[in-house]
Write a protein that binds this ligand. Structure first.
Ligand code: PMP
Length: 445
């Protein structure tokens, strides 16, 4: 029996869903699915690891939304910081040497947190813009050095770097490149060092500007590299005069249990790309952090203007929100919590793998994890239809939001809960995955 309150919520949902179908062009969504089903959720509020929707359903945000709401939902302090900044100075330009207090404070803060000599930040509104900025910067740098043939950018298969022209070209998941006439001079390589060496030899190091990689691939299936991988990459890049760009959009600011993902691999890139976790999604902000060495060379070599900048490069409100977010991460020792809860979370995944034969692999680091599914792991046979999609659907029935990754023939469940998660909540997440797998596998029998 439905109550009056439920009826009202259902009506509200239906009204909004119709308007959504009529007017809202969704990102990364099937047109047909939107029109046939309407929005799966229309969220109205969030608190901690939980999201609530217009029909009154509460779910655990098991992916921190888009791997970004790291401190968790509903932190009023960030709203207060935003309001304070808007009242004081809502906007001012950062073009042509102009500056403001918050952007300077944030650039200093990022430099203090960043490894090695990474020291100077260009701000954007998100990760794609930040990657495009990095690609333009490395190409510009080699032009200034007189090495005009060094334009190609090498990226790894299964990588994800965003959806702007440059960033989608750099993305090693072909599904995201299914648009004609993207940006030229991007090369794709498998993840092994030998493949990269072979590609450099084939193309000639004098044509290659940079190599770009996520410390741990996220959207490509949560793929941590072998421990010494990036040290070897760093050495290879140095040997061939190739700049190394680390895309820390998911891994930056604590996700893997260290401040940046590259800290796990003792490697300092020439350029670091950041976004998501810098504001925990409370405001759109990204950036490119360059090394002191690169900075000094650019100052020395460049006589003109760096003709690249977004209206919202260093938006005052976004910078104020980022500063407050980073303060909370530090004051509340949230990265320590990522380490502790990350251990529980990864242990939970191993327990799932012991229990369910169809789990062929578990991967992860900190609060970033994935479970790979195969019909027969001995023969490496997949199910005819991806099972992960059904498990994620079933998990939703039990109140857990996660993601299934099925590109490139994968059948993967991915989770990345907010840093504020506690032990009991980790146990709930694991037990919902367990229940959902059991239900789906029984249906398949
Ligand atoms: N790089 C990586 C590693 C990402 O995961 C993402 C977003 N998922 C991006 C870049 C693109 O960032 P944005 O969506 O903010 O443009």
């Amino acid at each position: 029996m439905t109550t009056k309150a439920e009826e009202t919520m259902e009506m509200k949902y239906s009204e909004l869903a119709e308007l959504d179908k009529k007017h809202f062009f969704h990102p990364t969504t099937s047109f047909k699915q939107q029109q046939a089903q309407g929005p799966k959720f229309i969220f109205t509020e969030g608190k901690g690891i939980y999201l609530k929707d217009v029909r009154g359903k509460t779910v655990i945000d098991g992916l921190s939304s888009l791997w970004n709401v790291n401190i968790g939902h509903g932190r009023e302090e960030l709203g207060i910081a935003a309001m304070k900044q808007m009242k004081q100075l809502a906007f001012s330009s950062t073009f042509a040497t102009n500056s403001h207090e918050r952007v300077i404070e944030l650039a200093e803060k990022v430099a203090k947190m960043a490894p090695g000599d990474l020291n100077m930040t260009f701000f954007t509104s998100g990760g794609s813009e930040a990657n495009d900025t990095a690609f333009k910067t490395v190409r510009h740098y080699w032009q200034l050095k007189g090495k005009t043939a060094k334009k190609k950018i090498i990226t790894r298969n299964k990588s994800y770097h965003g959806v702007s022209m440059g960033a989608s070209s750099a993305t090693g998941l072909p599904a995201f490149r299914a648009f004609p006439s993207l940006a030229p001079d991007f090369l794709y390589v498998d993840s092994s060092i030998e493949d990269l060496e072979r590609l450099i030899a084939e193309e000639g190091a004098d044509t290659i500007a940079a190599f770009v990689s996520e410390p741990v691939q996220g959207s490509g299936g949560v793929n941590p590299p072998p421990e010494d991988y990036f040290k070897k990459i760093r050495a290879l890049c140095d040997r061939h005069d190739i700049l190394f760009i680390a895309d820390e959009v998911i891994t930056g600011f604590g996700r893997t249990g260290t401040t940046f993902g590259m800290n796990n691999y003792d490697t300092v890139p020439d350029i670091m790309v950041i976004a998501k976790g810098i504001t925990s999604g409370y405001a759109p902000l990204g950036g490119m952090v360059i090394s002191e060495k690169l900075k000094n060379e650019l100052i020395e070599l460049s006589d003109g203007v760096f003709m690249h900048g977004y209206t919202y490069s260093g938006h005052p409100m976004c910078c104020a929100v980022a500063l407050e977010n980073l303060r909370i991460i530090e004051d509340e020792k949230l990265i320590e919590n990522v380490q502790n809860m990350g251990d529980e979370f990864q242990k939970g995944f191993k327990w799932l793998a012991d229990k369910h034969d169809v789990i062929s692999d578990t991967r992860g680091i900190g609060l970033l994890g994935a479970v790979e599914i195969m019909k027969d792991k001995e023969t490496k046979t997949r199910f005819d239809e991806p099972v992960s999609v059904k498990v994620i659907e079933e998990a939703l029935n039990h109140g857990l939001l996660g993601r299934s990754i099925i590109y490139e023939g994968q059948d993967t469940l991915a989770f990345a809960p907010p840093f504020c998660i506690n032990k009991e909540e980790v146990e709930t997440v694991i037990s919902i995955i367990d229940k959902s797998m059991t239900t789906v596998l029984n249906q398949l029998k």
